[in-house]
Design a protein around this ligand. Structure first.
Ligand code: PNS
Length: 162
């Protein structure tokens, strides 16, 4: 056991960009708790149980990574687990303003600090929302998500017959 951290997100669904950030963070923090927001209000494509299952499957080979769900404030979840650090990935400067605002809010609410890790360049165009859109219209996302996620996206958005 070392310095514990939380890696929060919606993960609807997890992408290879998320996995890159999680794997590199798992080399720095121990345990790393991947915290999946259970946002029923946002009507995610994948229910929280499915998002959790996809993450667990993809992170099976990282022994110091745990996956859990939360609802409500991230700082309350962190406090309940005795964790004082959050780690987030930054894809581009456009991510930074909002991420900084959230980091400062979490710091004000509960003295929680946020570490930012830069996304590896080969993943910097990826987002769950774009992956969902491409999959919805029949595009090939198999190089952008873990295999289990690609399978579930195919089931969710079956190819249309002409
Ligand atoms: O993957 P996302 O959607 O960018 O993740 C955003 C997330 C889940 C990290 C953020 O929305 C969050 O922490 N939500 C929980 C509610 C909360 O604590 N809001 C105040 C944040 S400053």
């Amino acid at each position: 056991m070392g310095l514990a951290a939380l890696c929060p997100g919606t993960f609807d669904p997890v992408t290879n960009g998320h996995l890159d950030i999680i794997a590199r963070s798992a080399g720095l923090f121990d345990p790393l708790v991947v915290a999946v927001l259970e946002n029923p209000g946002k009507s995610p494509v994948f229910p929280v149980e499915e998002r959790l299952a996809m993450l667990k499957d993809a992170l099976d080979d990282l022994p110091n990574v745990q996956v859990a769900t939360f609802s409500g404030l991230l700082v309350d979840f962190a406090r309940a687990r005795g964790i004082t650090l959050v780690v987030k990935g930054i894809r581009a400067a456009s991510d930074f303003d909002y991420e900084l605002q959230m980091a400062q809010m979490n710091q004000r609410l509960s003295d929680i600090d946020t570490f930012f890790i830069s996304t590896s360049p080969q993943h910097s165009f990826l987002s769950s929302s774009l992956v969902r859109e491409v999959a919805r219209f029949g595009g090939d996302v198999s190089s952008m998500v873990p295999p289990g996620v690609a399978d579930r996206l195919c089931e969710k958005f079956p190819a249309k017959e002409d």
